[in-house]
Design a protein around this ligand. Structure first.
Ligand SMILES: *Cc1c(COP(=O)(O)O)cnc(C)c1O
Length: 417
């Protein structure tokens, strides 16, 4: 029988058999018959401290019996206020306001609407968005529009709005990126430049250095183009610092956080912005209101989870864990740097990636599903992007876990390369 549930990014005709998970603990997932699976990709990049991390689980439990939902227009609550205050304390200096939503894609839509609303409300309407090649910003129509065009969105092409794309700053070609951004900022008077800082996730775990990020911000600032950072994946320690922008000493005008915001326990997202953006909407004139909401805006239970996560980030121990995972990842990658079956062995903080040399590359590379099936057999949750294998574990991962993960990758190469 065909699955009654339609799963995301899943071709049911090729894979109708889902692995059913009964519980999660730390870096592990367990099936009903207690088969242990190592979660090497943090369940799609969201679980940061581990599955069912006790302080977060406790915060959820407590909040769920106190206040579990409240309209957020005209009403507020302590968990949301505490999350906003802590975010503004921990995020790069210069951000002043927090808008809540419930997914990364929604937070990107909010960022775009904030940017266009800003220009509209100050009487200098601008609508063009500049993006980077290979970017991914989500799957709603606006988020798809600012993301890389390809097989994922070919069917919806006519619905997507037009954007200006600058090349990815590949090693040795950084200047071409900066020149293209400069040109776009001068010739098109865009509303904003939207970018994933340091690592382009779904685009293939492509990494670029902090100085390029810093320079891109400088160019935008010089030409009065709003700089939007999509830290949905890169935030919460993934690149080694709490947020990737810290490494370039950059404060975006607008920034999106989600995924690890609740430690991966519940869906929640935020869009932070500078005072000018809020102030452009601040008026006795009701037509200038920021017209955006979702039913579950700032859901109290999700906010309680985020508060518990933000508390964890105030402990030096959390950052020490991140540093130690980064170190272990570097050591684990070492032998692959001289393994001729792999190319582009790379790391940014706790994220490690490497490309298995295959006759075809890209997301639909034949080797992708084969690798995935192979890892499934080995009780490893890994989900290569085509021939790109990446390891993005929760921070409770141990050296023994990493040995198992990389052992599996080596065996996969033996079997498939
Ligand atoms: C996951 C992701 C999104 C979309 O977030 P959802 O919660 O899946 O909507 C947007 N941008 C980046 C960089 C992401 O990694």
């Amino acid at each position: 029988m065909k699955s009654p549930i339609w799963h995301p990014f899943t071709q049911h005709a090729l894979c109708d058999e889902m692995t059913r998970i009964a519980r999660g603990e730390g870096a592990y997932l367990y099936t009903a018959d207690e088969r242990r699976i190592i979660d090497a990709i943090s369940s799609w990049w969201v679980v940061t401290h581990g599955h069912c991390h006790p302080p977060i689980a406790r915060a959820i439990q407590e909040q769920a019996t106190k206040l579990n939902q409240i309209i957020f227009a005209g009403y507020t609550h302590a968990p949301a206020e505490e999350v906003a205050a802590l975010l503004l304390k921990l995020a790069p200096r210069g951000l002043d306001h927090v808008f809540f939503s419930d997914s990364g894609s929604a937070s990107v839509e909010v960022a775009l609407k904030m940017a266009l609303g800003y220009w509209h409300n100050i009487g200098k309407p601008r609508t063009r968005i500049v993006v980077m090649q290979y970017s991914y910003h989500g799957d709603t129509v606006g988020a798809m529009s600012v993301g890389s065009r390809g097989v994922f969105n070919a069917a919806y092409g006519p619905l997507l709005f037009d954007v200006t794309s600058i090349p990815f700053p590949a090693k040795g070609h950084e200047q071409a990126t900066l020149d293209a951004l400069k040109f776009a900022c001068r010739s098109e008077t865009p509303a904003a430049f939207l970018v994933e800082p340091l690592v382009l996730g779904a685009g293939g775990m492509l990494m670029y250095p902090a100085w390029v990020l810093k320079e891109m911000k400088r160019i935008c600032e010089a030409s009065h183009v709003l700089f939007i950072a999509d830290e949905i994946m890169t935030g919460w320690g993934r690149t080694g610092t709490l947020f990737a922008c810290e490494q370039a000493d950059v404060t975006a005008d607008i920034v999106c956080y989600s995924k690890g915001l609740t430690g991966g326990a519940l869906p929640l997202a935020v869009t932070l912005c500078r005072a000018e953006i809020f102030e452009a909407h601040y008026s006795k004139d009701r037509t200038r209101t920021f017209f955006h909401s979702s039913s579950y805006t700032a859901n109290p239970v999700a906010c309680a989870a985020a508060k518990a996560n933000l508390d964890l980030w105030q402990h030096p121990k959390t950052r020490q864990r991140v540093a130690s995972v980064a170190r272990m990842q570097e050591e684990a990658l070492e032998p692959f740097r001289t393994d001729s079956r792999f190319a582009n062995v790379r790391r940014a903080g706790t994220i490690a990636a490497l490309d298995l040399k295959a006759s075809d590359a890209g997301y639909l590379a034949e080797v992708g599903p084969k690798l995935q099936a192979f890892f499934r057999e080995q009780n490893l949750l890994l989900r290569p992007l085509g021939n790109t294998i990446y390891v993005m574990p929760p921070y409770c991962v141990t050296k023994a876990d990493l040995d198992e993960i990389y052992g599996g990758i080596r065996e996969a190469a033996d079997a498939l390369a």
